[in-house]
Write a new protein. Structure first.
Length: 553
């Protein structure tokens, strides 16, 4: 029924209106909203194991909270998380988590984040205002289906072994979600599933090729597609790159109501059954050019994706494919927390979702109302899932205010530092260097990583797409602005940096490797720096000319 998505969208938007109104009221009073959340967290969780250990019963002010609860990362929460995984209630937060959600940093192994009903409500407190605001800007998105990024459930052998080991070690909670829509929970999740252009069952494809083919098939069948929401823009670009190669098969399947890759899905999957035949749609597409993606979905109004920091180049490439479509940069969303989201042409802090603190460059802690426009900070968050003063590792820049609430731009992972010999290269510094070297012509993919061969260790920039001449030499000199890197180069601990030209699929290779460590593809954040070596065995391509040793080394 062509009007069904419009009805479901309208019901969903109506359900989100209260959260929208609450957020609008809070924008002018961020301190009041945040202090209210903190008081509620402390009161609700005073009887938990964590609350008792940290004297929540005696906390009356933020200063008490900061004094009695130290800043923490994931590893320092491990003693409590181990108890949560065993199924013990009232450890970090009241009750028992609904499940554990896997995630990964840029280089770390899998982490399991407790996902509680309270955390789900906190996510909805940000998703609601975001989508209502978007619908107010672009009312047409309510009239048709949407594509929300779906993560393939091919957990890769290492991830499957990791989960099996978790259960053998006594884990009592389910790990992960069956579909991304399940993050919303309850009626909201069911409403979203009813308007999806691509069903969640596509995640059960037996190969990445079958996953992409079935996804493209569903998208092409959906002429009225209005919204595409993905995480990294390369996810969509890689899908579109398959169109010319599979075009004839896709048109045939659309006309006949079949799916060429159906045998790679489980027997009970909807992809094993016949779809309604669409000969008229097949004929319409037959007159189109698969290289001109925008023409395939004439009603597509918005593409939502990451577009800051390491994602900037891939987002620019995607915009070139869809020049007439609104590109909405996402805010900062992690498995653990919703930090910011698009609203009123900015990305304000999700002040109604979690309690936030911020570390400046000198290590001083400030609150939302203390942030200065133009300044950079590391995000610290306390959530209803039981993360207390948790150092997220993401760095943001305050780009303005929405009323009195700071608007944030993601600039990179503050905790991502590569340090083989004392060079201490941080991702924020690497992002600054690459920005200077490539200017506005960001490559489709770029990753700086340690690289060892018979001569020794060096840093290699793995880059896909256009890049300036003599990039390796300029890169080595720019990295040497870090005195520790320059010293390691002078001592010969590090050889000159070089460039590896990636012939294609750079982000996909990067994501697959992190997925093999246990991360879900949809949760993997883009990165410009990796602490891992061994990337040259992963990427297809070749090295550029080596750099000669130049002064000041």
């Amino acid at each position: 029924m062509p009007w069904a998505p419009a009805i479901a969208n309208s019901i969903w938007m109506a359900a989100n209106l209260p959260a929208y109104a609450r957020f609008r009221r809070a924008l002018g009073h961020p301190a009041r909203a945040q202090q209210g959340l903190l008081r509620d967290y402390v009161r609700r969780n005073a009887s938990t194991a964590f609350g008792r250990d940290h004297g929540f019963g005696s906390i009356e002010t933020y200063e008490d909270f900061a004094r009695q609860v130290p800043l923490r990362d994931y590893d320092s929460l491990e003693p409590w998380l181990a108890r949560v995984r065993q199924g013990e209630p009232d450890v970090l937060a009241c009750g028992r988590p609904a499940r554990l959600v896997p995630t990964s940093g840029s280089s770390s192994a899998r982490k399991l984040i407790p996902f509680t009903p309270r955390l789900q409500a906190e996510f909805n407190a940000a998703i609601g205002p975001w989508l209502v605001d978007l619908a107010r800007q672009v009312p047409g998105i309510l009239a048709g289906p949407a594509y929300w990024s779906i993560t393939p459930a091919m957990d890769f052998e290492a991830a499957a072994k990791s989960e099996a080991a978790e259960r053998e070690n006594g884990g009592r909670l389910e790990v992960g979600f069956d579909s991304d829509a399940a993050y919303l929970g309850g009626v909201r999740g069911r409403l979203v599933e009813s308007i999806l252009a691509v069903p969640a069952s596509v995640q059960h494809a037996g190969s990445i090729e079958a996953f992409r083919y079935a996804t493209l098939l569903c998208l092409l069948r959906c002429r009225e597609l209005r919204l595409i929401s993905v995480w990294h823009p390369s996810f969509l670009s890689l899908l579109l790159n398959e169109l010319p190669r599979r075009w004839d098969d896709l048109l045939k399947d659309i006309a006949l109501g079949t799916c060429k890759s159906s045998e790679e899905f489980p027997k009970e999957s909807s992809f094993r059954r016949a779809f309604p035949s669409m000969p008229d749609r097949a004929r319409e597409l037959g007159k189109a050019n698969p290289l001109e993606a925008e023409s395939l979905w004439p009603r597509l109004a918005v593409i939502s994706c990451w577009a800051d920091g390491p994602s900037a180049g891939a987002a620019a490439e995607l915009k070139r494919r869809f020049p007439g479509t609104m590109m909405q940069p996402k805010g900062l969303l992690a498995t653990e927390t919703f930090v910011s989201f698009p609203f009123a042409s900015h990305r304000p802090l999700a002040i109604n979702s979690h309690f936030f603190e911020f570390l400046d460059g000198a290590g001083r802690v400030g609150l939302a109302e203390d942030l200065g426009v133009g300044h950079e900070y590391e995000v610290v968050v306390t959530t209803g899932g039981g993360l207390w003063r948790y150092r997220l590792g993401d760095r943001v820049r305050v780009d303005g205010l929405v009323e009195k609430t700071p608007s944030l731009t993601f600039i990179g992972r503050g905790g991502n530092v590569s340090d083989l010999f004392g060079e201490k290269l941080s991702e924020t510094f690497v992002a600054e260097v690459l920005g200077e070297l490539v200017g506005e012509a960001w490559p489709g993919f770029a990753l700086l990583a340690p690289d060892e061969d018979a001569e020794g260790w060096r840093y290699t920039l793995f880059i896909e797409g256009h890049h300036p001449e003599a990039l390796a030499q300029r890169l080595d000199q720019a990295l040497a602005r870090n005195p520790q890197y320059a010293w390691c180069r002078k001592l010969g601990q590090l050889l000159p940096a070089r460039v590896f030209r990636v012939s294609g699929g750079g982000y996909e290779v990067f994501a697959r490797r992190l997925a093999a460590d246990g991360a879900r593809l949809g949760d993997i954040k883009p990165a410009l720096l990796s602490k891992k070596g061994g990337w040259r065995e992963r990427f297809a391509g070749s090295y550029a000319e080596p750099v000669k040793v130049l002064q000041p080394f």
